[in-house]
Design a protein around this ligand. Structure first.
Ligand SMILES: Nc1nc2c(ncn2[C@@H]2O[C@H](COP(=O)(O)OP(=O)(O)OP(=O)(O)O)[C@@H](O)[C@H]2O)c(=O)[nH]1
Ligand SMILES: [Mg+2]
Length: 330
């Protein structure tokens, strides 16, 4: 084994033994992408996936506050349900806070740290902000790997917070076993969620900031939209919460557990995870193809081809095939 291969292996062993510095380093490698990141992915892909909960919604809806409260409740374990007489313990919880606003990430990350400070000294809780560094495509690849790293390090539950604006963030949020969409009371919030594509991805809705007026209207709007949407065997419950006081958080945890039980009992959990892997493999393929394009899109051969096209000796389609062909045989 070469030293470059050993490093991630040693980090993973450290992380699995509870060393948070090793875990943080592994996640940094995953965040950066590239060859070292693929090495980490190879080490962790076969380990048991943690149960993943996505939390998304408009900026400032209270996602971090809710996550913070949820972590505290989840530490008490999965509630007992139908098939399970006893509650299942959750000995550690991982949180990935995805920060899409790279130019302003300093402030946002600091904000999340402050809001989740309650758990800062709890060794059973690991909170990590991941920045997009301006390329969301990279993030979509990094998040599933980061979740698997946490799984391999022994975390049975991972919560992923993303802001529900933009297609890629919504995709990242929906790449969870249970996706929670947070809305707030106020005219049109449910409509905005619908426009942002959040209606389709929600397994559970939370009307947060229920200490403000307009809660019933927000619930009604969501219920009406659910009435109109295609029926499936799971209708997302619409809950209310005041994340800042913890009100409604127990109920949210019970709803998450209920959704998990539904997924397990119907076999949908395995189907969902497989669909997610298919999507992930497509992303990896796209990234690889783009790399190829970048490689053949510069250099002497490429310049020669451009000249040939300019002089009318070659058409661009033929030139592209020549370049790709030369690459695959070289
Ligand atoms: N009144 C009230 N305020 C709340 C509630 N939940 C959160 N807040 C406040 O709303 C603000 C935003 O909360 P965050 O938890 O940071 O929201 P967020 O969705 O994570 O925000 P971004 O990550 O920046 O998109 C903070 O000032 C919270 O204290 C609530 O239930 N009621
Ligand atoms: Mg937040």
């Amino acid at each position: 084994m070469s030293p470059t291969q050993r490093a991630p292996q040693q980090l993973l062993e450290g992380a699995a033994a509870g060393d948070r510095v090793s875990l943080a380093r592994l996640l940094s490698v995953v965040e950066r992408g590239g060859e070292s990141s693929s090495q980490v992915a190879r080490l962790v892909y076969a380990s048991a996936p943690p149960y993943t909960v996505g939390i998304t919604g408009a900026p400032g809806a209270g996602k971090s506050t809710l996550t913070n409260q949820l972590v505290a409740v989840a530490r008490g374990g999965w509630p007992s349900s139908g098939r399970r007489a006893d509650s299942e313990p959750i000995h550690q919880v991982g949180v990935l806070a995805i920060d899409p606003s790279s130019p302003f990430s300093g402030g946002a990350i600091l904000g999340d740290r402050v809001r989740m400070q309650q758990h800062a000294t709890d060794p059973a809780v690991f909170i990590r902000s991941m920045a997009t560094r301006g390329h969301l495509g990279g993030l979509a690849l990094a998040v599933p790997d980061a979740v698997r790293v946490l799984g391999a390090a022994g975390f049975p539950l991972v919560i992923v917070e993303t802001v529900g604006v933009g297609q890629m963030e919504v995709e990242v949020a929906s790449a969870a076993d249970t996706t929670i969409v947070v809305v707030t009371p106020g005219w049109g919030d449910a409509m905005q969620a619908s426009k942002a594509g959040l209606l389709e991805i929600a397994d559970v809705f939370v009307v947060n900031k229920a200490d403000r007026p307009g809660v019933n209207e927000a619930r009604r709007d969501l219920q009406q939209m659910l009435d109109l949407s295609a029926s499936s065997d799971w209708r997302p419950p619409v809950l209310t919460a005041v994340a800042s006081t913890g009100e409604g958080v127990e109920e949210l945890w019970v709803a998450i557990a209920g959704h998990r039980a539904h997924l397990e009992e119907t076999g949908e959990l395995a189907r969902r995870r497989e669909a997610r892997l298919a999507q992930e493999l497509r992303r990896v393929l796209s990234a690889r193809v783009l790399e190829e394009v970048r490689a053949v899109g510069a250099g002497r051969r490429f310049d020669d081809a451009v000249r040939a096209i300019a002089e009318g000796r070659l058409d661009p389609y033929r030139a592209a095939e020549d370049l790709l062909g030369a690459r695959s045989t070289s």
